[in-house]
Design a binder for this molecule. Structure first.
Ligand SMILES: C[S@@+](CC[C@H](N)C(=O)[O-])C[C@H]1O[C@@H](n2cnc3c(N)ncnc32)[C@H](O)[C@@H]1O
Length: 210
């Protein structure tokens, strides 16, 4: 994958990395799902889900057209094993130049990313991602993220691992990341202003509307 910065990065497409496919959905994303179920009209809405994890989100909203992005091939394998007809997933680093191309000509009513900044290598790549993400929102579309998720700053390192189910395999191991990847409400608010989006929040979530 190609980047707009010179940071050294893992090439996620060179191995079948395992990451979140066998782990529980985060409570942060669960809050987003709760909100969508209770207070959001999802009829005919197309959704972009960044960081598909165990695809719990896609199973919940299987009637919607959902596109998912991840850096873990094993998460993709799990996603396709579910055989959800409206669900398409792509192996792609959201901070890379390839992100916009992957979803060429597709825009969305709703974008969900629980950890917008956590995994970014530098401020430039984060800004670049946000610009691309906003571009993918339809008019009146909304990006939703989690306030708790904004406090994450994990980094992922490839590691050769062993267990009885997968024998030797490569996994993405969480290591301490860059504290500057904690995304403040103020930073998100000023991005919203810069891109002419309406910013709002409640005690758990932040919303940016086009
Ligand atoms: C902590 S897991 C959370 C999974 C799910 N969103 C949840 O909240 O339960 C983070 C997710 O983001 C994905 N991810 C991490 N860095 C990414 C990147 N640079 N580009 C795309 N996806 C990424 C991982 O593959 C994983 O699906």
């Amino acid at each position: 994958m190609n980047y707009n910065c010179n940071c050294s990065r893992t090439n996620y497409s060179d191995r079948n990395y395992t990451y979140w496919e066998n782990r529980e959905i985060t409570s942060d994303e669960f809050e987003i799902i709760n909100f969508l179920e209770k207070s959001y009209d999802l009829r005919t809405k197309s959704i972009l889900h960044i960081g598909i994890g165990n695809s719990f989100f896609a199973k919940k909203f299987f009637k919607n057209q959902i596109f998912g992005i991840t850096i873990s091939q094993k998460e993709i394998d799990l996603a396709y094993s579910l055989r959800l007809s409206n669900y398409k997933v792509f192996l792609c680093d959201k901070y890379s130049l390839n992100f916009k191309e992957k979803l060429n000509n597709i825009s969305f009513d709703l974008i969900v990313d629980t950890n917008l900044k956590s995994y970014s290598c530098c401020q430039d790549s984060f800004n670049f991602y946000m610009e691309n993400l906003f571009y993918k929102l339809k008019k009146n579309g909304t990006l939703i993220t989690s306030k708790n998720g904004m406090n994450w700053y994990k980094n992922l390192k490839p590691k050769l691992s062993f267990n009885l189910k997968n024998f030797f395999h490569f996994k993405l191991k969480e290591v301490e990341g860059n504290k500057e990847n904690v995304l403040s409400e103020n930073e998100l608010k000023s991005l919203a202003k810069q891109f002419n989006l309406e910013f709002s929040f409640d005690d758990k979530l932040c919303y940016l509307k086009k």
